[in-house]
Structures are given as structure tokens and as C-alpha cells.
Design a protein around this ligand. Structure first.
Ligand SMILES: Cc1ncc(COP(=O)(O)O)c(C=O)c1O
Length: 403
């Protein structure tokens, strides 16, 4: 694999006005084969899957099935029935939160660094049904306090679920998923992993890790916008309730009764984003072609340049551990006394560099730490070391202005 060949696959890099894209943690760029697969659907066989028996619809159903197979294999799921298509990771987590039938007295444990999508659904259940939500503290360097997790797990009443982010979108740190699963399972609790920032960057074998549920976001891993996945062990999905019902979720109905279909159909109500699902297969195939080894190495090369260029600058504060290899793909910083949004706008307006500023949907962590927000640069295997150098220079020039 070589970076210049890879960049040829991404039409974005042929823009007439080049832009340095460092906002992958929000949304990744897409290779041509993903875009072409979407176009092919709309141009050549744009019809509904799973219903009509004409050739076009049969083709859609076949390709949707193929995407399910490819993803199941990628995650090493036991069967493709364990893969549910959703609109995004947020929807995956809401399906889980609403389907587990949690009641007053039940406990869910999360971490102190959760995206709102893995916090608000549980806080809603606390408000509506009286469940208890416990927050696992973080260590000084923003990594997970596993010893505290163990204590919480052992002392919680009716612990039903440990639901945790794997890789943080704030600082790029990956929690030790295998340890989290082990600790939770020892106490008989289920485990859900928010993998939105995990699977784009790392290989994860759901069976080896023994993950019960996993939420994924297609658009953060080269897939089309508005594609997500909920993985669940089949025997657990069979017991999971569903709230979004109607077309495609039932085998039959009368005026006063209905018979729900099995998994995964009963979680995929109504006509689906067929173009997105079909093109999502291409995203996974592309990732497999590039390989996680290359992804990891390229991300670290870029991380090293940014770390060496900026970490020691006394004007900025970097979020997360000092060791940049633990902050793969993300450099999140703030500048005491300066406005983070002004910094990101200057990066955009003066240098055509796209980053994100704010609390990145992790308001709870920022509020708990009394930090207003951060500027977050997030890169992927399609970015280059030259881009990292340009970014470092641009940030330094902006610091000379704003500080
Ligand atoms: C860690 C994490 N979890 C969940 C989400 C939500 O993902 P989606 O946009 O697919 O709902 C994000 C998106 O930024 C994220 O970074």
C-alpha cells in the first residue's frame, strides 16, 4: 500500500481548491468505489429490497444480504443475522436502550467520557423508568480507572449492562475492551461497546472479545452518510424488544394482532437506505484492502509529527495522555484565554484546514473538567505527513495571533 495510490482513490483529493481534511472523527471521506456503488443503485436498479419479486428488487435484496455477510465476517460475528442496519451509531444505541426492558432498580454503568449517544439514552431511562446510571471515573491522564470499574461492577445493585465507548472521539484513547468485558461478565452483566471510533481504526473480533452488543457508524469508516450497525449476539437480539415497528417487521397481521419477524428483520422497519447499505459493503472491502496495519502506521506517523510540533508549546493544553501513541488519530487541544472557535475558523479561512471545535458531543466530560471545549484535529490513513507539517505550522502561526 502506498499513500499516493490511496489518495487517487478519493475524489476529494482532486478538488480544484484543495482542502486539508482533519475532521474524520466527525465524518470520513469516501473512496470512489463507495460513491460508485451508491450511484449504481440510483442509476441502474433503484428499487426496494425484501418485497417485490422482479429482478431489480431481487438484486437489491441480494446485495443487502452481501453487505450483511461482509460485515459479519469483518467482525467475526457468528452469523449475518447478528448484523442490524441502522441510520447511525446513535440509533443503534437507542434500539439497545429501549429494547433491554430495563426497570426501576436496574443499573447501567458507563464511563466518564461518553459521547452523548451513549449517555443520554441511559439518562432518559433514569428519568423515565428510575434506573440507576453509574459513571466510572477516569485516571489523571484521561484513561479508564479499571480498578474503580471493578468496584462499581461488584457493588452495583441489579447490574444489567456495562456500556462503554471503546475509542474516544475527544482524545483518541482506546479503553481496554477485553478487560471491561471480563469484569462485567464476571458479575453477570451484559456489555455494549460504542465502537463508532474503534472499528474505523482497529481490528475487533467480537467473538474473541466476547462483546454482547456493538454500535458502529458507517460514515466514520468510509461508508455513506446515515449508515450505522448494531451487532448483537443472536441469542440476545432474540430477547431484545423493539419500538420501531410496521412494514418489514411482521410476518402477518390482522386488525387486532401481528406476528413479529425474527432477527434482524424486526429491527429494520420500513424501506431502508438501500444505496447506503449496498455501498457500505464497498467501504468494508476497501478497509480490508488497505489493512489495519497500514491504517495504524499512517495514523501514528502523522500523530508523531503533530505531537512533536505542538505538545511542548506552552501556550496550548493537550487533552489525553502524554504518550501520543495512545492518542491515535486525534489531537485535541485548547488554549487558555483564547477562543477555540476562532482558532478553527482561522484554520479554515486562512489555511483551508478543516477541524472541529467545541465539546464534540461529550459535554459531560468538558463540564466535569471545567474546560470550555477543544479544537480537535482528527486524521485517517488517507492523510499525509506533509499535511501534518502544514497543520503544525498553521497552528503555531495562529497561536502567535490569538495568544
Ligand atoms: C464515540 C462516538 N460515539 C457515537 C457517535 C455517534 O455516531 P453517529 O453519528 O453514527 O450516531 C460518535 C459520533 O461522533 C462518536 O464519536
Amino acid at each position: 500500500m502506498n499513500i499516493s495510490d490511496i489518495r487517487k482513490d478519493f475524489p476529494f483529493f482532486n478538488r480544484k481548491q484543495p482542502f486539508l481534511y482533519f475532521d474524520t472523527a466527525c465524518m470520513s471521506l469516501r473512496p470512489q468505489q463507495v460513491i460508485s456503488a451508491m450511484n449504481d443503485y440510483y442509476e441502474n436498479y433503484s428499487s426496494c429490497g425484501g418485497r417485490s419479486n422482479h429482478d431489480l428488487a431481487q438484486h437489491v435484496s441480494k446485495l443487502v444480504g452481501e453487505t450483511r455477510e461482509v460485515i459479519a465476517k469483518h467482525l467475526n460475528a457468528k452469523s449475518s443475522d447478528e448484523i442490524i442496519f441502522t441510520r447511525n451509531a446513535t440509533e443503534s444505541m437507542n434500539i439497545l436502550a429501549n429494547g433491554l426492558s430495563l426497570q426501576q432498580g436496574d443499573t447501567v454503568i458507563v464511563s466518564g467520557k461518553e459521547h452523548n449517544s451513549n449517555l443520554i439514552p441511559w439518562l432518559r431511562l433514569k428519568e423515565k423508568r428510575g434506573i440507576t446510571v453509574l459513571i466510572t471515573p477516569l485516571l489523571q491522564d484521561n484513561t479508564l480507572d479499571l480498578a474503580e470499574l471493578e468496584v462499581l461492577v461488584k457493588t452495583a445493585t441489579n447490574l444489567r449492562l456495562v456500556s462503554m465507548v471503546a475509542t474516544s472521539n475527544v482524545d483518541g484513547v482506546t479503553f481496554p475492551v477485553a478487560n471491561i468485558v471480563k469484569i462485567a461478565h464476571q458479575q453477570g452483566a451484559l456489555v455494549h461497546i460504542d465502537g463508532a471510533q474503534f472499528i474505523p481504526h482497529q481490528k475487533a473480533d467480537v467473538r474473541a472479545l466476547d462483546i454482547d452488543f456493538l454500535s458502529l457508524s458507517g460514515h466514520k469508516m468510509l461508508g455513506p452518510s446515515g449508515t450505522g450497525i448494531l451487532y448483537g449476539k443472536k441469542e440476545l437480539l432474540d430477547q431484545l424488544d423493539t419500538y420501531n415497528v410496521g412494514g418489514s417487521t411482521v410476518a402477518a397481521s390482522t386488525y387486532d394482532s401481528y406476528e413479529l419477524l425474527g432477527v434482524p428483520a424486526r429491527f429494520e422497519a420500513g424501506l431502508q437506505d438501500y444505496a447506503g447499505i449496498i455501498a457500505l459493503k464497498e467501504a468494508f472491502l476497501y478497509l480490508q484492502k488497505v489493512g489495519y496495519g497500514f491504517i495504524h502506521d499512517q495514523e501514528l506517523k502523522i500523530g508523531k509529527i503533530i505531537h512533536e510540533g505542538l505538545y511542548a508549546d506552552s501556550r496550548i493544553k493537550v487533552i489525553g495522555p502524554q504518550d501520543y501513541t495512545q492518542r491515535a488519530g486525534v489531537f485535541s487541544f485548547y488554549v487558555p484565554g483564547a477562543d477555540i472557535h476562532e482558532i478553527s475558523l482561522l484554520l479554515n479561512n486562512t489555511y483551508q484546514i478543516a477541524v472541529r471545535s467545541g465539546q464534540h458531543c461529550v459535554h459531560s466530560w468538558f463540564n466535569a473538567n471545567n474546560i470550555h471545549g477543544s479544537v480537535r484535529a482528527s486524521w485517517y490513513f488517507y492523510n499525509t505527513e506533509e499535511e501534518a507539517e502544514i497543520f503544525v505550522k498553521a497552528v503555531k502561526s495562529i497561536l502567535d495571533i490569538v495568544v
